[in-house]
Structure formats: structure tokens, C-alpha cells
Design a protein around this ligand. Structure first.
Ligand code: ATP
Ligand code: MG
Length: 435
């Protein structure tokens, strides 16, 4: 017996079909039973009649619980009154796996759904998000491969920090305490550009984020790239190209899912069509002052509130460059025209529209070993631990740079989610690490 997916059966539109899936909803009378059958592709209404299946089978149908898995044989036909436009007149069915009373019913608290995340994944909402997530991961691979990048992998257990000690997860590594979970691949990626020149990865990063925000996870998926010989503008071009490609792919492949999530696609279309504004930190500070009546003292990092105000001025992501040196990481390059009194670095943050915050952080990398060492010392790090990294500047160094993109931040924005937690199947935060 060949099974069709619900989508394939709807495409066929008429005749006999065999389907398999789960009971999404059920209701009935003593002669008729209506079942909404769900599979990964769609939902379809199935009608079981006592006069067709007989008393014994009807009795089983009558007792079917939500989430029971079943196979169904029947005739499909178009019916505009059915919730998804088609219905099936069942000639026979079999129960595959019975279901206990399903704990998730309507109107449950966020906490309850989080405790039952393993079951909540089956919801229409989570199914739609996970499909969009899959499109986005595929689009990242597609973008980088089409641009001639090699996929490269860095270790998750690392012996140096890269994005600041305050968000490092220390691991008990056979009693040793100087082992950390990766915050980024970067220090282990730069050595590989001397072999592969253009590299990317999609891997988990870990940050011990102690604040509760709607944008931070402790474990998130990080799409990162590093390019040899690259000028700063090229790195920014790739950031823009990648974001456009991801959004374009979702608009092409996930119209149904965006509809399920009530996401207005008009909010996403400009990202594919328009060029992203690029501005320096100084210009951003000026805009904040003139258009948002917000005063930012030169040298302070842009906080969430400032990023949100800036993003209100646009319907597409923006790229902010040339941040004050002291608010950015030790490896970012100070450009030649940087003012010694107000030093800046060639770092770039992409800020998403609609208050979704920073989606990409990137930079051109500093080539001057002395400057790197000095910054590490200022950060309280021991430069000796970074000797392997300094070798990237000692043996045929070339201009290079790269960026990291938070995949769940993109998913949250594209899907229009209230919280980043729904962008990943099992979110990890300071207070949530189960199930
Ligand atoms: P933020 O200021 O928002 O904490 P960051 O400056 O710490 O971000 P980077 O170190 O530049 O971020 O990391 C690169 C990208 O990874 C960010 O642009 C963001 O998209 C994503 N990211 C960073 N931290 C998190 C997190 N805790 N959860 C999810 N995504 C994150
Ligand atoms: Mg951070």
C-alpha cells in the first residue's frame, strides 16, 4: 500500500488515497465522526460513517483520542466547507499508536507549554516555525557555497575566550578548569583561511547570558564566515547578501507557514528589494539625536533602546560601522584614518527592523600583533594563551575579516515572534534547560 502525504493527496484532488498521520481534532455524533488528520504537510478533514465502516470500527473511531496515530483509506474530494478545502470519505482506517489524553489543550500558560515542549513541537505554530528554520539553514549553506566558500568546523571545547569573559561557560574538563564552550568559532577559523581562503560554518555557540531578554539564548546557532584578502566593504556586502538570500528563500518556500504565523509578508519584502542603509557610528549617533531626540555620549555602545529607535526609522536592516574601539572586541581593526583621540574600529553590526536587534556582528581583523596584545592585556587576558592565534599574523598575514549571524535572531524576525525562545525547538536560557 502506498501512502501519500496530505499535500500530495490534495494535489491529486480526487480518487482513492491512503494517508497516515495523527488525530489533530475530533468531534462526532452517533452516526458520523469528523477527524482532522494532521501530518507534516497539512491537515485534512476525514469523515467516518457508521454505515460505511460498520458498528465495530465505528466504535473504535468514536473513542479516538487526539494525537492517536492512524492510517486511513478513503476517497478525497474538494469541499469548500471543509477547513482546509478538502475532505476524505473514509472507507477503512487502522489505529497505529493509541494516545493517552493529550495534556496540551487550548489556552495554556507559557510555562506549561515550555515544560511540555516535546509535545508542543507538534503544534501548528511550532511546525510552521521549524519549517521556516529549515529553509533558513538551507539558504545559509546555499548562499555561501554559491559564493565559493568552504564549510569548515572549529572546536566547541576551547581554551581561549573571544567575546568577553562575562559570558563564558566553563567546563569541568577532567578536573581542568580552563576549558570553555565556544562563544564563536573565530579564533579557530582565522588559522584556516590560510588554507581555504573563504570559509563558513553553522554551529552552536554558547553564551552565559545572565540577563533575561527576548533576544538572548545561552545556546544558539551561529552562522559564521571568514574571508582572506577581504576589504571591509566586501564583508558588509556578504552580510547584506546573506540576509537577502535567507528572506528571499522563506518568501519563496514558506508562504503557508508565514500565513499560519500571521506574519505580514509586506514587512519582509523590502529586505529583498532595497539596498540596506550603511552608516557610521557617528552618523547613527547624529540620527538618534536629530530624529529620535536621544543623546548618546560618544564612546558608549549602542544599547537595545538605541538600536530599536534607529530601526524604527527603516523597514529594512541597517549596517552600522566604525564603532568606538573600546566597546568592541580586541581583534577588530583600527583603520588608518582612525583619530587617535577618538579611535574607532572597522566593526559592523547589522540591526534588524521591528525591534529584532543585532542580527550580525562582524569586522575586519586587526593585523598589528602589538595592538592585539595590548588590547588583550587591557581586557585582563594573558596574551601567552593566544600565541597560536598570533601565528596567524606571523606567517604570511593577509587582510581578512568575517562576521557571525545569530540564526535564531533571524528566525524570530522573519517569523515575527515575540521571543527568541520559539525560534529553536528546545530553548536554553539561564532558567530553562529542561526538558
Ligand atoms: P548582543 O549585543 O545582542 O548580545 P553580541 O554583540 O554579544 O550581541 P556577537 O558577539 O557579535 O553578539 O555575536 C554575533 C551574533 O550572534 C549577534 O549579532 C547575534 O545575532 C547573535 N547572538 C549573540 N549573542 C546571542 C545570544 N545570546 N542568543 C542568540 N543570538 C546571539
Ligand atoms: Mg552579547
Amino acid at each position: 500500500m502506498k501512502f501519500l502525504s496530505i499535500k500530495e493527496a490534495m494535489d491529486k484532488g480526487s480518487g482513492e488515497v491512503n494517508l497516515r498521520g495523527w488525530v489533530h481534532r475530533e468531534r462526532g455524533s452517533n452516526k458520523l465522526k469528523f477527524i482532522q488528520l494532521r501530518d507534516s504537510t497539512n491537515i485534512i478533514q476525514c469523515i467516518i460513517e457508521k454505515s460505511v465502516v460498520g458498528d465495530k470500527k465505528f466504535d473504535i473511531a468514536d473513542k479516538l483520542q487526539v494525537e492517536t496515530s492512524i492510517t486511513i483509506k478513503g476517497k478525497i474530494n474538494k469541499d469548500d466547507r471543509a477547513p482546509t478545502g478538502f475532505e476524505i470519505h473514509v472507507s477503512d482506517f487502522e489505529v497505529v499508536g493509541e494516545s493517552n489524553e493529550f495534556p496540551i489543550t487550548k489556552d495554556q500558560s507559557i510555562e506549561f507549554l515550555a515544560d511540555n515542549r516535546h509535545l508542543w513541537l507538534r503544534s501548528r505554530k511550532m511546525t510552521a516555525i521549524m519549517k521556516i528554520r529549515s529553509t533558513i539553514f538551507g539558504a545559509i549553506d546555499e548562499y555561501f557555497r554559491k559564493e565559493g566558500f568552504h564549510e569548515y568546523h572549529s572546536p566547541i571545547f576551547q581554551s581561549v575566550q573571544c567575546e568577553g569573559g562575562s559570558t563564558l561557560f566553563t567546563v569541568d574538563y577532567f578536573g581542568k578548569k580552563d576549558v570553555f564552550l565556544a562563544q564563536t568559532w573565530q579564533l579557530y577559523a582565522e588559522p584556516a583561511i590560510f588554507a581555504l581562503e573563504k570559509i563558513y560554518t553553522i554551529a552552536p555557540s554558547f553564551r552565559a547570558e545572565k540577563s533575561k531578554t527576548s533576544r538572548h539564548l545561552t545556546e544558539y546557532w551561529h552562522a559564521e564566515m571568514e574571508v582572506a584578502w577581504a576589504k571591509f566593504d566586501e564583508i558588509i556586502d556578504h552580510g547584506e547578501g546573506l540576509i537577502k538570500h535567507m528572506v528571499k528563500k522563506v518568501l519563496e518556500n514558506n508562504k503557508e507557514e508565514l500565513k499560519t504565523l500571521n506574519r505580514d509578508i509586506k514587512k519582509l519584502e523590502p529586505t529583498v528589494k532595497k539596498k540596506f542603509p550603511r552608516m557610521t557610528y557617528d552618523e547613527a549617533v547624529k540620527l538618534l539625536k536629530e530624529k529620535c531626540k536621544m543623546k548618546v555620549e560618544w564612546g558608549k555602545d549602542l544599547r537595545t533602546i538605541e538600536e530599536d529607535k534607529l530601526s524604527d526609522l527603516y523597514d529594512i536592516p541597517i549596517a552600522v560601522t566604525r564603532y568606538p574601539k573600546k566597546v568592541k572586541a580586541f581583534y577588530m581593526k583600527e583603520p588608518e584614518d582612525s583619530d587617535p583621540k577618538k579611535p574607532v574600529v572597522n566593526g559592523v553590526d547589522f540591526i534588524a527592523p521591528e525591534h529584532y536587534g543585532e542580527i550580525i556582528g562582524g569586522s575586519e581583523r586587526e593585523s598589528d600583533i602589538k595592538k592585539i596584545q595590548k588590547r588583550l592585556e587591557e581586557d585582563g587576558e594573558d596574551p601567552k594563551e593566544y600565541e597560536f592565534y598570533m601565528d596567524t599574523r606571523r606567517y604570511g598575514s593577509v587582510p581578512h575579516g568575517g562576521f557571525g549571524l545569530g540564526v535564531e535572531r533571524i528566525i524570530a524576525w522573519v517569523c515575527g515572534l515575540d521571543n527568541i525562545k520559539d525560534a529553536i525547538p528546545f530553548p536554553r536560557t539561564m532558567i530553562r534547560y529542561k526538558p
